[in-house]
Write a protein that binds this ligand. Structure first.
Ligand code: DAH
Length: 341
């Protein structure tokens, strides 16, 4: 019996089929009802007890080899069949993939970069995970300033404090520590605050920060730069107004309004009938900040500004609910690219 099995094993190994019919005959020969395997298993019953173990292993091996061969040859015929299938109709229209569109926040961000680059501002970025020094201390925030509060700031570690940056002003510090004036740069990026999510607030949003430090930079330069930006961003007849405000890192500080771009300043529901809408904070860089970053405030002065990209996008595209920016609903997202390149 052992000899027979070895002979069959050799036969199976050598076997090739030229057609599906030949393969079917091979299958019947070995595993058909009256096939070789059944015969052998019938003989197995008569095998002497001391040889049973060895024969059993051999028999199972034969069965396995034969099934493997069958499978392999079947697959090779299937492959051939699909290769000989009729060629595809190349005149049928292509299934176009949807191309996607740029996110409205990125459209506005790119537009801002373009507007400022025309008057010599270059772009830099900083980390979203910041330390206390760059986000607060170097920017002249007093140790007990409420913005450091757990309610506003996402803390990653305490003592020393590692946080998610609450504004892009931190990049001012990073740049001034490394670069001596003249500095004329903008810093776009994402910022985080621990706020309950609603139509008007989110736990993350985006800002563009601006910084101009050189000899003899004045408040008049700030005002003119902001007016240029407002006209380029919204429309040539846009007016601006600066209201006194407070930020620890600028002195004097101001908040800037533009004439309402919906009613042209006449007063409407959107601007609460004031004719003005607030868009950014700005001011002259506080001498303490320059000192903290290794820049001599006796020689240099500068202005800075910071604005929310969501805010500007809302004004340009009239989006009413902040949450739409991060819901990833293509019906919302695809409306903007063609509206304004
Ligand atoms: N960092 C401020 C904020 O997030 C915005 C800001 C105000 C930035 C005045 C400035 C500035 O650079 O001068 O609310």
């Amino acid at each position: 019996m052992k000899e027979k099995i070895n002979q069959y094993l050799a036969e199976i190994e050598m076997f090739t089929a030229k057609s599906k019919e030949e393969l079917e005959q091979f299958r019947i020969k070995y595993s058909g009802k009256k096939g070789i395997l059944n015969d052998l298993f019938a003989d197995f019953k008569n095998v002497a007890a001391e040889e049973r173990r060895e024969m059993g292993v051999l028999l199972n091996d034969l069965k396995g080899k034969m099934q493997q061969k069958l499978e392999a040859l079947r697959e090779s015929f299937e492959g051939e069949e699909s290769a000989s299938a009729p060629a595809q109709d190349l005149t049928l229209p292509v299934n176009f993939r949807d191309a996607g569109s740029r996110h409205p926040l990125m459209i506005i961000r790119n537009r801002m970069i373009e507007i400022f680059s025309r008057i010599g501002f270059t772009v830099a970025e900083g980390p979203e995970i910041e330390d206390d020094w760059h986000n607060f201390s170097a920017l002249n925030f007093a140790p007990e300033h409420p913005a450091r509060d757990m309610q506003d700031t996402f803390f990653i570690e305490k003592d020393p404090d590692i946080i998610l940056r609450t504004h892009t002003s931190s990049v001012q510090v990073r740049v001034m520590e490394k670069t001596q004036p003249p500095i004329r740069m903008i810093f776009p990026g994402r910022v985080y605050r621990n706020e309950a999510i609603s139509a008007r607030a989110h736990c993350f949003f985006h800002q563009v920060e601006g910084l101009y430090v050189d000899k003899n930079v004045s408040f008049a330069d700030l005002r003119q730069t902001m007016l240029y930006f407002a006209k380029e961003m919204f429309s040539a007849d846009t007016r601006i107004r600066l209201r006194p405000s407070y930020f620890p890192f600028t002195e004097p500080s101001a908040e800037m309004d533009i004439s309402c771009n919906l009613c042209g300043g006449k007063g409407c529901g959107f601007c609460k009938y004031t004719g003005w809408v607030e868009i950014l904070g700005c001011g002259m860089v506080n001498p303490n900040v320059l000192k903290n970053c290794g820049i001599d405030p006796e020689v240099y002065s500068g202005f800075a500004f910071g604005m929310g990209i969501e805010r500007i996008t809302n004004l340009v595209f009239n989006v009413k609910d902040l949450r739409m920016f991060s819901e990833n609903d293509v019906r919302f997202l695809q409306q903007f690219e063609s509206a304004w390149q």
